[in-house]
Design a protein around this ligand. Structure first.
Ligand code: SF4
Ligand code: SF4
Length: 348
């Protein structure tokens, strides 16, 4: 994306550049709890509505309000003379910003993106790789290493992603978004204001993008709407659960916020301290004797690891080390805790 001055817009009446058929410009933030997507959406909405004179709305949707669970944050903008009469999730966004790359393995993060829309991904991959991985046909793919920026600036990925979103929205003035960041952090976290403004600037500057023109008539990415499993006509009597679940089929990979423990078997004394502190029973042990201690640590099943790094802190020998997670690393180094489960699913 080239650096540019914001497109002049009469905020009272002009349709926003790139608005959808419904007259709104929609932004959807795809994230997990703990990365600050809700705050990012709120800052964007305050910048556009309170400081630039658009009308708009913002809300977030999340489940159990704990770190690591999926979060979606929605921001709508329209001219100031138009009322916002909807509070529904944004199904046809002009911009989607993905705060956590691993979410792409769980659901279609780009669902409903318009043919000329922009997908922004927190990743170290190139736009071409992201486009291929997601099977996108047209539109703009923008990438930035938001986690790397956040680590260097000692902030969170949300303000780096905000910089990239501001760059993708031709009507938003980055200086105004920065005012909104300052106002938001000043009240309770004044010591973090400057670092977050630097993070925003770097997100704005360092995002790289490539555009693939849309074919005429391209409807964009299909919308996905989750339908309830049962309705009032076919719900099981008495609320019985017929399709039982089990935590061993759950994959917690999206709960990790960019780091995981890497295991070095040569430095391990098989003391078991890591297993005691791990809240999710991720460690896989062998009981082959072989003249060695009867129980030996084989590795970690990263499907169950949420990246809390308690094991790294506890390991007395340095056999566990904090590692910045690359896409695919966990799958390549995972030791399955339930090998039979992988065989049943055809993963082994
Ligand atoms: S705490 Fe460290 S040394 Fe002990 S079993 Fe775990 S990895 Fe090995
Ligand atoms: S980081 Fe370590 S302690 Fe935390 S869930 Fe993963 S394996 Fe368990």
């Amino acid at each position: 994306m080239s650096t540019r001055a914001p497109t002049p817009v009469d905020t009272r009446t002009d349709p926003l550049p790139g608005s959808g058929d419904d007259g709104f410009f929609g932004i959807r933030l795809e994230s997990i709890g703990g990365l600050g997507a809700h705050l990012a959406g709120k800052i964007l909405a305050e910048a556009g509505v309170l400081r630039q004179g658009f009308n708009g709305a913002h809300f977030s949707s999340y489940g159990s309000e704990k770190k690591g669970t999926p979060v979606k944050s929605f921001v709508r903008f329209c001219p100031g003379d138009r009322e916002v009469r909807t509070s529904s999730p944004i199904e046809r966004p002009q911009v989607v910003a993905v705060f956590h790359e691993a979410l792409t393995h769980s659901f279609d993060v780009a669902a409903g993106l318009t043919a000329s829309g922009t997908l922004i991904m927190n990743t170290r991959s190139a736009p071409e790789q992201v486009r291929e991985a997601l099977g996108l046909r047209s539109g703009t793919v923008a990438v930035l290493d938001a986690l790397g920026i956040a680590i260097e600036e000692k902030t969170r990925v949300n303000t780096a992603m905000l910089g990239a979103v501001a760059r993708a929205c031709p009507f938003l003035d980055p200086a105004v978004v920065k005012e909104s960041i300052r106002a938001s952090f000043s009240a309770r976290y004044a010591h973090l204001v400057e670092a977050n403004l630097r993070t925003f600037d770097r997100g704005y500057r360092e995002v790289r993008s490539r555009t693939w023109p849309a074919e005429p008539g391209d409807p964009g990415r299909p919308v996905q709407r989750t339908a309830p499993a049962f309705g009032y006509l076919d719900a099981p009597i008495g609320g019985a659960i017929l399709d039982v679940g089990n935590s061993i089929v759950k994959n917690l990979s999206t709960s990790r916020q960019g780091f995981l423990p890497a295991f070095d078997p040569d430095a391990c004394t098989h003391c078991g301290i890591c297993d005691i502190v791990c809240p999710d029973l991720c460690f896989v042990w062998s009981d082959e004797g072989d003249g060695q201690p009867a129980v030996r640590l084989l590795g970690i099943d990263y499907n169950y690891c949420k990246g809390c790094l308690k094991c790294v802190d506890a390991c007395p020998t340095g056999a566990l080390a904090e590692l910045r997670e690359e896409d695919g690393w966990a799958e390549a180094h995972r030791v399955p805790l339930f090998a039979w489960l992988d065989r049943e699913r055809g993963d082994a």
